[in-house]
Write a protein that binds this ligand. Structure first.
Ligand code: MF3
Ligand code: CO
Ligand code: CO
Length: 287
């Protein structure tokens, strides 16, 4: 799309294009000419969008905090789900997973060898388990998506190390968020950490644009790929959510069509944040 210099800017500022986003668009175009995918304007969030995503992301984070007092040996994953549902509603929000493409619950609970998309049920948590809970709140149509790991009693040293390394993978991925660099930097940074420990990086699932919908462009690979990937432009919002396995990166999907488990039965861990690209790196919107 081409705009004239004296038109009103597409961003809604009321300024003339030449005084507002013309230079910005020229910069984007220079990457397009070098063969990189670049975001459409619709992917760049307004200040109103960012404030909205931050509001729902803050609630998501609060609920994840609250789970520290809820998750104890003896509790079922259904009880976690009920708490998440009730707290989401009490705060005037909607749980995005509920009925999303047929998902039956309000959060994902992924236990031990479950990689992601575990469905809460009557499974009783016991000492030594590790579990991921993934929450996405919607407020005023804005989505905030984040997940964390929780431990029950005393998990093995191997399990605790996996959880730590997976968190470092997320943190190094966040550090790789730099405006005007391709999103492929993120997967490269994550893979480097995981492979140092001989862990598998799950390839079947990735991060994703988020904010005005649950899953938007771009797809964020958590492992290294050679092709030219989308340039990170200030105003983009996406998740980073590496799933790291002690063994093989390969997954299988159970008969419920949702639950992803490691193909070799090894433990899996995941951490996720929703991030805004700024001129000075990432701003975390889910904390
Ligand atoms: N929150 C998950 C993610 O990080 C998506 C869950 S989809 C659901 O992308 F339907 F399982 F909830
Ligand atoms: Co996500
Ligand atoms: Co999530």
């Amino acid at each position: 799309m081409k705009f004239n210099r004296n038109d009103n800017c597409w961003c809604g500022s009321g300024l003339k294009y030449k005084k507002c986003h013309l230079a910005f668009d020229e910069k984007i175009d220079s990457f397009r000419q070098k063969g990189f995918p670049v975001p459409r304007h619709e992917l760049l969030k307004s200040q109103k969008d960012i404030d909205g995503i931050k509001k729902s992301g803050t609630l998501t984070s609060k609920l994840l905090d609250g789970l520290n007092d809820i998750i104890k040996p003896g509790i079922t994953t259904d009880e976690i789900d009920t708490w998440v549902y009730e707290q989401t509603i009490v705060h005037g929000a909607t749980p995005a997973p509920l009925n999303y493409k047929g998902f039956p619950k309000s959060c994902c609970t992924s236990l031990n060898d479950v990689v992601c998309h575990g469905i809460p049920d009557d499974t009783v948590l016991k000492d030594g388990d590790i579990i991921n809970v993934d929450i996405t709140c919607i407020i005023d149509g804005y989505y905030g998506d984040s997940c964390r790991m929780y431990t029950l009693g005393s998990p093995s040293k191997d399990a605790l190390k996996l959880i730590d390394v997976a968190k470092e993978c997320l943190n190094k991925g966040i550090d790789a968020v730099q405006a005007w660099r391709p999103v492929s930097d993120i997967g490269k940074a994550i893979q480097k950490v995981a492979h140092k420990h001989n862990y598998g990086v799950v390839e079947m699932f990735g991060g994703h644009g988020v904010g005005n919908a649950f899953h938007e462009e771009p797809f964020i690979y958590h492992y290294e790929r050679k092709e030219k990937q989308m340039i990170m432009v200030p105003g983009m919002v996406f998740t980073i959510e590496p799933m790291i396995n002690i063994g093989t990166p390969h997954c299988e999907i159970l008969d419920d069509d949702w639950t992803a488990v490691t193909a070799d039965g090894s433990l899996s861990a995941q951490w996720e944040h929703t991030l805004l690209v700024t001129e000075n790196g990432a701003e975390i919107l889910t904390q």
